[in-house]
Write a protein that binds this ligand. Structure first.
Ligand SMILES: [Zn+2]
Ligand SMILES: [Zn+2]
Length: 374
């Protein structure tokens, strides 16, 4: 049977309204989940503010990391059952792209779960889950491959930010760059992703971890989550500061979590010989990168490597269990990352907090909706 639920829909650029939607029941390989929490991501914000919903049209259902309790399973689903607590992430390797075919499933270029079928109750307009999953709704249907069974001890609210926020930064360090114990690391941009990279570097046993940002509050967070040094780029030159902090050597690994060519260039210039830059921040479409090639400081002489990491090159089914083991041991601090909670009908406040760089990560807490007397 179809079911109705409340959803926060992106109906036109910048316009989000909560209204009733109707989901088809979970089909082959799908599950129905009652949502507990969903993370608010920069990608959601980019899509919210885009002219055409990134070519997907409207209305769209945003939200691509979350957690909840399985209510119903479709045919062929064996990995989870009704009553199970799950984390939901939107990276599911396609199995058929060129990268998947050569065994590089972490970098699948078409990674996306199969989408649910839903429509508005008022008018019957088809609603598109923006990234294969759409989680800003009280109840959802998702591809079972996007759900990871949670251990009974892991909190549902913390589980909501693992799929994208945590994995993108942590995965860039562990899966993409392969930071080694004792390595020196710099992270440019200390929002949720950068802070996850700092935590990943700490978990990997990095020696020196330099956090760089223009917002003093973010540098405070960075210190709490593993940075050994901080550089306020609004008053100091980041490259000079990193070189001075490393006694002229530069860092083995630099992570760019902003998405600006100037920040990537700084990362390249702060590298030690043989160093690796990993670009995590999503750049604007028209940007180009210019870095020194020749000369003593060029990437040729320094044998520098530049890598790109999408979503931390994560395989949630494999990586999330690693994350909660590290969290149980106190090596990762997920709780500190949850800075704000909003109700479903207050989703725009989550976007505002993000735009003003006031939050590490905001979650939509679905219990808050009920406390408002829905
Ligand atoms: Zn995201
Ligand atoms: Zn693929």
């Amino acid at each position: 049977l179809t079911f109705e639920t409340a959803a926060a829909l992106l109906t036109s650029p910048g316009e989000i309204t909560v209204e009733a939607v109707e989901f088809d029941p979970p089909g082959q390989g799908q599950i129905a989940v009652r949502m507990a929490a969903a993370g608010v991501c920069h990608t959601d914000l980019h899509i919210r503010d885009s002219e055409d919903g990134w070519g997907r049209g409207f209305p769209l259902l945003l939200g691509h990391e979350g957690s909840g309790v399985v209510e119903q399973v479709g045919t062929g689903v064996t990995v989870v059952s009704p009553g199970d607590r799950v984390a939901i992430a939107c990276r599911v390797p396609c199995g058929v792209c060129a990268l998947c075919r050569r065994g590089d499933t972490r970098r699948c270029s078409a990674s996306s779960p199969g989408a649910a079928t839903l429509r508005t109750v008022d008018g019957g307009t088809t609603v598109t889950p923006a990234l294969g999953v759409g989680l800003f709704a009280e109840r959802v249907v998702v591809d079972a491959g996007a759900a990871v069974l949670l251990p009974s001890t892991f909190p549902l609210d913390q589980a909501a930010i693992l799929g994208c926020a945590l994995m993108t930064g942590f995965g860039a360090v562990i899966n993409t760059a392969h930071v080694f114990p004792g390595a020196s690391v710099a992270v440019v941009g200390c929002g949720g992703i950068g802070l996850s990279a700092i935590q990943g570097a700490r978990a990997a046993g990095a020696g020196q971890i330099v956090a760089i940002d223009v917002a003093p509050v973010k540098l405070e967070w960075a210190s709490k989550l593993g940075a050994t040094d901080v550089v306020d780029a609004s008053t100091e030159d980041p490259v000079e500061s990193v070189l001075s902090l490393t006694k002229g050597a530069g860092v083995d690994f630099a992570f760019e979590a902003v998405g600006l060519p100037s920040c990537v260039d700084e990362c390249v210039r702060m590298l030690a010989t043989g160093g690796v830059v990993t670009i995590i921040g999503v750049p604007q479409p028209d940007t180009r990168l210019e870095v020194a090639l020749g000369g003593e400081e060029g990437i040729f002489a320094k044998t520098s490597t530049v890598l790109v990491s999408h979503g931390g090159d994560s395989l949630p089914q494999h990586d999330l269990p690693t994350i909660w083991q590290l969290s149980a041991k106190g090596i990762l601090d997920i709780e500190q990352m949850l800075s704000h909670r909003v109700a479903l009908d207050d989703l725009d406040r989550g976007f505002q907090l993000m735009r003003n760089a006031e939050s590490i990560r905001t979650i939509v807490d679905f219990d808050l909706v009920s406390s408002r007397g829905r």
